[in-house]
Design a protein around this ligand. Sequence first.
Ligand code: AVJ
Ligand code: FE
Length: 445
Amino acid sequence: TTPDNGTTLSAAARAALETARRRTLRLTDQVTDDDLVAQHSRLMSPLVWDLAHIANQEDLWLVRTAGRRPGLRPDLDPLYDAFQHPRADRPALPLLGPAAARAYLTAVRAATFEVLAGTDTSPDNPDPLLANGFVFGMLAQHEQQHDETMLATLQLREGPPVVQAPAPPPAPADAATLPREVLVPGGPFTMGTSTDPWALDNERPHHTVDVPAFWLDTVPVSNAAYQAFVDDGGYREPRWWAPEGWRHVRKAGLRAPLFWRREGGRWLRRRFGVTEAVPPDEPVLHVCWYEADAYARWAGRRLPTEAEWEKAARHDPATGRSRRHPWGDAEPGPEHANLGQRHLQPAPVGSFPAGAAPSGARQLIGDVWEWTASDFDPYPGFTAFPYKEYSEVFFGPDYKVLRGGAFSVDPVAGRSTFRNWDYPIRRQIFAGFRTAGNAAGEGRD
Ligand code: AVJ
Ligand code: FE
């Protein structure tokens, strides 16, 4: 549950920063220096940029801002400012090399821990950046987001594998007999949070939203279900697609999810350097918003709105309260959700009965990010904190919201209020979806 004093939050911040750092190093320790500086995709930075950017943001926010120290390399700020250089241009910048980037990470981290040890992280600290250790939690979440980005870069990279992890456990026995959909009763619920200590600005403040009853898929859409859409000619049929989606399908020549390939009459899929038959019972992955939207229309369904998704993931009809997670307020454990890069793939649909929501929906947290129907907009009463470039500059119709987090996401960001966003054409993120349907007049609570 939520830690409630400075000591607990200090220890939690330290642990979260250490977990992220172990992952940062693990993701890159099998990668050669040439590979670290290479551009594996124009959509991504060279990995060596991510490494030094992680260090530079920590230098800026923890050493200089929280610690009021001169910092280690303020001169590097322009080079590692994501807004000054688009990803495609970053390989040409005079970046720190791999050894220098790693040394920068280590040096900043030593200073960070000195700052943390001297910081009052109790809720009473009048500085909102320091109260509850917020800025330390924010930087742990920042690093884990770049760990996810680096994992996406490694997925795009051609060549033999440089990351491995054990497969998740097989689906539980009841996975085959779950109802196709669950009913989420209508009525108001509390969306967002004003109290979660490390919730980011876009998750705040909490507010009441009246969500009519709706049906939601019990589990994410599987590869088998999605393949039925592909095999039915879904990518050749304009009526399933939003107009801009159809233009994109034509222009980009989309025929199936990213990393799928047709060979000898069957679908193969490349994952982290290994090619295998598409596993039918895994959630579909690497589809863009337009593909998710088209599939839903083909299936006679629609994507859930962001409010519907969050209600399904948090609202407890028995108490009227919004929980932190679908299963309750307990921290995510391995029995609840596939998070934290323990496995480098989603678990089969129907996994994690212990992580089910009150409605019976499973896998809302972990496994795959889920596209929602909604644009990335601020909640009523939103204030940018601590900087406009985290969320505010992205608000508007250009971005669609994703919820729930994938196997790539650390538990530090695996809460049901967390919001992710991307362009509706993007497929390199670890995104799938589930569908919804109206249930007018049914089951108001
Ligand atoms: C929230 C995943 C869209 O990667 O652009 C990283 C997270 N913000 N550094 C991104 C982020 C600043 C952000 N997303
Ligand atoms: Fe960043």
